[in-house]
Design a protein around this ligand. Sequence first.
Ligand SMILES: Cc1ncc(COP(=O)(O)O)c(C=O)c1O
Length: 408
Amino acid sequence: MLSQVHTTVKWAKNKFHSTEYNDDELSIFDEKQIYNVHSFQKTHSAYTKTPLHQLKQLAEHIQVADLRVKDESYRFGLNAFKVMGGIYAIGKYVADRLGMSMEDLSFAALQAPQVKEKLGELTFISATDGNHGRGVAWAARELGHKSVIYMPKGSSQQRLAAIQREGAYADITEVNYDETVRMCANLAHENGWIMVQDTAWEGYDDIPLWIMQGYASMAKEIVEQLQEDNAQPPTHIFLQAGVGSFAAAIAGYMVHTYRDNPPVIVVVEPDQADCYYRSFCNEDGKREIVSGDMNTIMAGLACGEPNTRAFRLLSQYATGTFSCSDNISALGMRVYGNPLQSDPRVISGESGAVTLGLLYYLRKLSDDPKLCSVISLDSDSRVLVISTEGDTDPAHYQKVVWEGLCPN
Ligand SMILES: Cc1ncc(COP(=O)(O)O)c(C=O)c1O
């Protein structure tokens, strides 16, 4: 007997969405700053641009004018985008301690033995679902420093092992993501370690800002790749959110770049950790926090507390947010992995695929046309999605894509 499958796709409009351009708020993404961030990231020998694929056949199939996907599984051989934040934030922290400017600074300059002689061995600590911690551990090791990484209860053993292979001390806690963050902040304070967290809170804002700037250079790559292809800018960008740093960074750079005709920004979350959805549902748009276990296959998005800066940005520039059940992400993984005719195949993990899963659902499966009209999604739309991770938990990837876990 077939089991009853429950699909949830809920929409919340951002009542405070504004097309007014705020120079102050967006100056962190100005071209010169992100150029410097990107230039630093590019000095690492393992740097390569990740592909921006055009999914022509799928665009035709779901009746949109254009569909592009940035495939972050190719990032620095780490299978996810997150290292773009870690490498820049750790580099900037070390450079600041040495009184060096990031302009024209190379990764190799920070690897020089004199740096360690001056600063001693540093320890960076972070809480993570997997991808961010792996990026931090990798960047710390590349610069000759130590890292300590904690993951929330229920985290994948395969993701833990991947972090340990980067040389970190890493373990899984008995508490959820947000409590693991607090635990790491206390350990940093007690031991004189440096907290490298991808979310900001009152009194902790610099490193999360640098992490967001590190992510924004992916948007810069996308803009360059679209130009190289003589393609028109996207009309819609679907962005998955955990704490929202990634979504806010990409949205911020894109709104800054295309300020005369900004794209529709659509935030996408798991229904078990939909802090942006719940906040946008509030009449006064107050930041809402989700607590508890946040049991979702989208481990990277299982965060209940929006980053305060990201929240400010997305409260202004996002049109709204969709809260989705796990089978929307599983749908995206399967569509990516089984392309139509000449479209390229993309290996996309649970947190990477939810945006494509949602797009497919809205265009092909939903019987509620309002869900497309609230974001003005139609056959003229040019959609951009970012597959933020590959199969970072390969066993679970197979369960979903081969064995049909989380059916629609
Ligand atoms: C693969 C993946 N995609 C998206 C995100 C969301 O990023 P953020 O927490 O900045 O919203 C994460 C976060 O860990 C992630 O691992």
